[in-house]
Ligand binder design. Structure first.
Ligand code: SF4
Length: 459
């Protein structure tokens, strides 16, 4: 078994038995579930809105090469520098060069899963640069030296008491401080950092081709401060975040807000189309946009899984997933957790190392049901399983087991072969892995065909 799979199994086993963890997650997801229906009411025809969003993303991804060039040419005209990064190393190398040129000592950054993907904070720390997370949830996680737990709600697994204790330990605040008092403490500390920072880093929720801009959506105003206050703004964004036109935001912003947090619209929505222009008083002197591939073109090349690039990272599939709610975000061992993480991670990294995530699903289809852009997530999980079994790296035992199962399912005679005792022995004793977390299977004495004949003698 690969180390990634062994770690996953160890972590998920501990988490699944942690009732306190489950209580906190159920509490926080319960709050999400209570507000999402209110957000949905803003759509006259929600189903049509989701279909339309899927179609727009389909168009953007099918013509991604063209739209990326259009974006580059439009934003470059306003003075932004576009950098194409094939992988994490190239992206970090470019960021390192910019930091060195600006003599950067302090960098503020807003929430961005792509920066988690390329391990930006570790890289900056190694290079002696202080990197401060300015999103409150991310700031909490950074104080606790933990990666984000959820793609939208980084500290979802923490209660307000946990956060008060953490602030007391790390910042010396009162351990009984209220959420308002804790927020004000974080605000005071972060405000000073915005002033000190030479560079601000943000992700982007959308890249807009026709006007050459990026759109960032958030609730705290920290992303806006991160990109506007320091003299240099670096955007790191996955190439799949493309939408063809500014007009498309009128659909995607409310859709993302509703499915992400149950809001009609997120509080701050910022469109950045370049650095400070002549006659403008605010904004950074320089802006860099790093367009990151890092495995996304592998997904693009695969006609079946290409659909996963439509994802707008709303997090709804995580909140709906019974597996995620049991094992939690950290068990996955990757920034992208839950159903969408299980679909894309084996392609972004390596199928052989990460295929186990595609099996972390009951295939109930709840993820597909709730997806803001109607991605057929459970079918893509099945597709991953198919690819992993057919790959040269799958074990002979695994291939044999699936072949036998397929033959049994296709041929009734084979299915009826053998006594129930023999079948019980095969499943409960021979296939030990099956039984590890399940009760024993008891096959009936008579086969379905025998029972049918007894009930319908003439048939
Ligand atoms: S796959 Fe769908 S539900 Fe999951 S995060 Fe992406 S857009 Fe949201």
């Amino acid at each position: 078994m690969k180390e990634t799979a062994a770690t996953f199994i160890a972590k998920r086993t501990v988490r699944a038995a942690d009732k306190e963890h489950r209580r906190k997650i159920n509490f926080n997801i319960g709050k999400y579930n209570a507000v999402v229906p209110q957000g949905k009411q803003q759509f006259a025809d929600l189903n049509l809105a989701r279909e339309k969003a899927k179609n727009i993303k389909w168009r953007a991804i099918e013509k991604l090469d063209r739209y990326l060039e259009e974006f580059e040419s439009n934003i470059s005209r306003r003075g932004a520098k576009v950098i194409w990064a094939e992988n994490a190393e190239q992206a970090l190398d470019e960021i390192g060069k910019i930091c060195a040129a600006k003599n950067c000592k302090t960098l503020v950054k807003s929430k961005s899963m792509v920066t988690e993907e390329i391990h930006l904070n570790d890289f900056l720390k190694k290079n002696g640069i202080e990197s401060i997370e300015t999103d409150l949830g991310e700031y909490i996680q950074q104080l606790d030296d933990e990666p984000p737990y959820h793609i939208v709600t980084p500290a979802m697994h923490k209660s307000k008491e946990d956060v008060a204790k953490l602030f007391a330990d790390k910042l010396g605040t009162d351990s009984k401080a209220t959420p308002e008092q804790l927020t004000l403490t974080a605000r005071r500390i972060l405000r000073e950092k915005y002033v000190q920072a030479e560079i601000g880093v943000t992700g982007a929720n959308f890249i807009i081709a026709d006007i050459g801009a990026i759109a960032v959506t958030e609730n705290e105003g920290n992303a806006r401060l991160s990109c506007a206050w320091p003299e240099t703004h670096i955007v790191i964004v996955g190439i799949e975040k493309m939408i063809p036109s500014l007009i498309d935001l009128s659909l995607f912003l409310p859709l993302l807000a509703t499915y992400g947090t149950g809001q009609r619209l997120t509080v701050y929505n910022t469109i950045v189309a370049g650095p400070k222009q002549e006659n403008e008083t605010d904004g950074p002197d320089e802006m860099y946009v790093i367009l990151l591939d890092n495995g996304r073109t592998n997904i693009l090349a695969n006609e079946k899984t290409r659909e996963s690039l439509y994802c707008i990272r709303c997090g709804a599939c995580l909140n709906a997933c019974p597996v995620y709610k049991n094992i939690g975000g950290h068990s996955y061992g990757t920034p992208y957790s839950g159903p969408i993480g299980s679909v894309i991670t084996p392609h972004l990294k390596q199928m052989d190392e990460w295929k186990h995530l595609s099996y972390a699903s009951s295939l109930c289809g709840n993820c597909t049901e709730v997806c803001a852009v109607k991605i057929n997530l459970h079918e893509l999980l099945l597709e991953n399983r198919y690819e992993s079994v057919n790959s040269a790296n799958s074990s002979l035992a695994e291939r044999m087991a699936w072949k036998m199962w397929k033959q049994g399912m296709l041929h009734r005679k084979l299915m009826n072969t053998g006594s129930s005792r023999m079948k019980n022995w095969i499943v409960n004793k021979l296939l030990k892995g099956w039984k590890k977390h399940r009760s024993e299977i008891e096959f009936p004495q008579k086969s379905f065909n025998q029972l049918w004949k007894e009930k319908h003698p003439g048939s």
